[in-house]
Design a protein around this ligand. Structure first.
Ligand SMILES: Cc1cc2nc3c(=O)[nH]c(=O)nc-3n(C[C@H](O)[C@H](O)[C@H](O)COP(=O)(O)OP(=O)(O)OC[C@H]3O[C@@H](n4cnc5c(N)ncnc54)[C@H](O)[C@@H]3O)c2cc1C
Length: 283
């Protein structure tokens, strides 16, 4: 992500569109709007993106191709996942090999966002970093966006505002299930763990693991927050090791104990639009 204002103009400038948030949603929209000839300002608060691996759906490549920004994936070092290993109901894993064109893409999320921001800059998108949007107010035909920057409140005018601030702020979204605790760690390359992506049920939760060729193995274990707190209070590393001990594929990581880049721990809430009709089970 840009660390300082690049391509910035005077604070009194007016824009066709002000995009709030520089995640994939905001940046891809900003690129497209520039291609349609609109002036675009992206306001974003700078929060370093954790260096976690994410699996992108194949459709992402199509979207980037449409935006003529397909170089982003190569520049971000994205790799195709050719093998999925799923061990859910039993320890006998099913290996799936996605068909051509259906494979997921593994990407280091902070690199992906950085390359996408570079592509937006190349398209003439203006950025105003370290800017936290406070409120949006209508002012005649213009939208007035209040934002905090360098400890001061500032304003910018735009005909339209695109709020792309991510899920936590998304309106009308309901929590769809109980919260989970997610404990993530990166392990240096460990011999014997060949899979590119693994989903496995554990005794105390489940685990998602992925590795890009020649790179660290990224592991995220999910469990019940109350149980984890009760059994391993204040010790996520021990919790992760204990949870992985029941894994048929990652059990040895518990002993490896070598974490590259530390451990991350947080609550995950699955949010979405609640279905209008109740789900009919068993049909
Ligand atoms: C642990 C974890 C693992 C995940 N794994 C995957 C995965 O494997 N595959 C996958 O497809 N998805 C995954 N996701 C989900 C994925 O990260 C999100 O769906 C995606 O980031 C959403 O993109 P976005 O652009 O809508 O929002 P974000 O990427 O959240 O971007 C929103 C931006 O807006 C900024 N912002 C927020 N409020 C303000 C404000 N008031 N003013 C200015 N800026 C603001 C934020 O700082 C942020 O930079 C994962 C998420 C988590 C937490």
């Amino acid at each position: 992500m840009c660390s300082k204002t690049r391509g910035s103009s005077a604070l009194t400038d007016k824009f066709d569109v002000a995009v709030v948030g520089a995640g994939p949603a905001g940046l891809t929209a900003a690129i497209r709007l520039r291609q349609l000839g609109r002036s675009v300002l992206v306001l974003h608060r700078v929060r370093p993106r954790p260096s976690r691996v994410e699996a992108l759906t194949p459709g992402v490549a199509d979207i980037l191709r449409y935006l003529r920004a397909d170089g982003v994936l190569a520049d971000a070092g994205a790799t195709l996942v050719h093998r999925h290993r799923v061990a859910w109901a039993t320890h006998d894993a099913v290996t799936r090999e996605p068909k051509a064109g259906e494979a997921s893409l593994l990407v280091q999320r902070h690199r992906f966002d950085k390359e996408l921001a570079e592509a937006a800059l190349a398209h003439g998108v203006l950025f105003r970093p370290s800017s936290r949007m406070i409120a949006i107010e209508s002012s005649g035909e213009q939208q007035l966006i209040r934002y905090a920057h360098d400890g001061f409140e500032r304003v910018v005018l735009a005909k339209h505002v695109l709020e792309a601030t991510g899920r936590p702020r998304a309106a009308k979204r309901k929590q769809l299930g109980p919260s989970l605790i997610a404990i993530s760690a990166s392990f240096e390359v460990v011999a014997g763990i060949e899979c590119e992506m693994l989903v496995e049920a554990l005794d105390d939760g489940w685990v998602w693991a992925a590795r890009q060729p020649g790179q660290a193995l990224h592991v995220t274990a999910f469990g019940d927050p109350g149980q984890v707190h009760l059994r391993w209070p204040g010790d996520p590393q021990r919790a992760l090791s204990a949870m992985l001990a029941s894994s048929a594929y990652l059990g040895q990581l518990g002993d490896a104990g070598v974490f590259e880049g530390g451990l991350r721990c947080g609550l995950v809430r699955l949010r979405g639009l609640a279905s209008r009709r109740p789900l009919e089970v068993g049909r």
